[in-house]
Structures are given as C-alpha cells and as structure tokens.
Design a protein around this ligand. Structure first.
Ligand code: HEM
Length: 72
C-alpha cells in the first residue's frame, strides 16, 4: 500500500515538517487527511518514537524460494 515509515522521521530531507505536509496534501496514490494541528503533532511524535525504537527497510531482506527470509 505504501512505503515503510519506520525511519521517515530521521530520513535525510524528511522529518516533522515533511510528514505533516505529506499527510495533509497526499499524492495521486495516497489520500490526503484533514487532521488538526494537535493530531498532526501527535502523529509526528509517534513517528519520532518508532524511529528511535527500530530500523526497518524491507530491501535489506532476501526472500528465499522456500518462503524464509534472511538479512542480506
Ligand atoms: C494516517 C495515515 C497515513 C500516514 C500518516 C501516511 C504517511 C505517509 C508519509 C509520511 C509518506 C512519505 C514517505 C516517504 O517520503 O518516505 C507516505 C507515502 C505514501 N503513502 Fe501514506 N500515509 C498514510 C496513509 C496512507 C494510505 C491510506 C495509503 C494508501 C491508500 C497510503 C499510501 C502511500 C503511498 C503509496 C506513498 C508513497 C507516496 C507516493 O509514491 O506518492 N498512505 N505516507
């Protein structure tokens, strides 16, 4: 449905202002959301927390033919 957002908070050129703008404006493949400033701030704090708690990029995984995955 969309990209992995785990580390969008600290990604170069992204971060709080980018997240708020993206959610409010949307794109041709993602709907815009009409959120209050409080809700946008809460969303940004959520992304800050998940950024600090983990690192995820599906491209770092290799899918094996037997259905298992492994780190590249
Ligand atoms: C509250 C809900 C959502 C939030 C907070 C959110 C947030 C974001 C953010 C911050 C990005 C930019 C990622 C980046 O630049 O690395 C993004 C991209 C994207 N999101 Fe969402 N999103 C939400 C809901 C959705 C939904 C419902 C869909 C699909 C129906 C969707 C589909 C996408 C797609 C396809 C992209 C890639 C952008 C593009 O290629 O134009 N998102 N989203």
């Amino acid at each position: 449905m969309g990209p992995d957002l785990t580390n969008v908070y600290s990604a170069p050129g992204k971060g709080p202002a980018y997240i708020k703008a993206f959610v409010q404006v949307g794109t041709n493949v993602m709907p815009a959301f009409n959120l209050s400033e409080t809700e946008l701030d809460q969303l940004v704090r959520f992304f800050e927390r998940i950024d600090a708690s983990g690192k995820a990029d599906p491209k770092n995984f290799k899918r094996n033919l037997n259905g298992t995955i492994e780190y590249k």
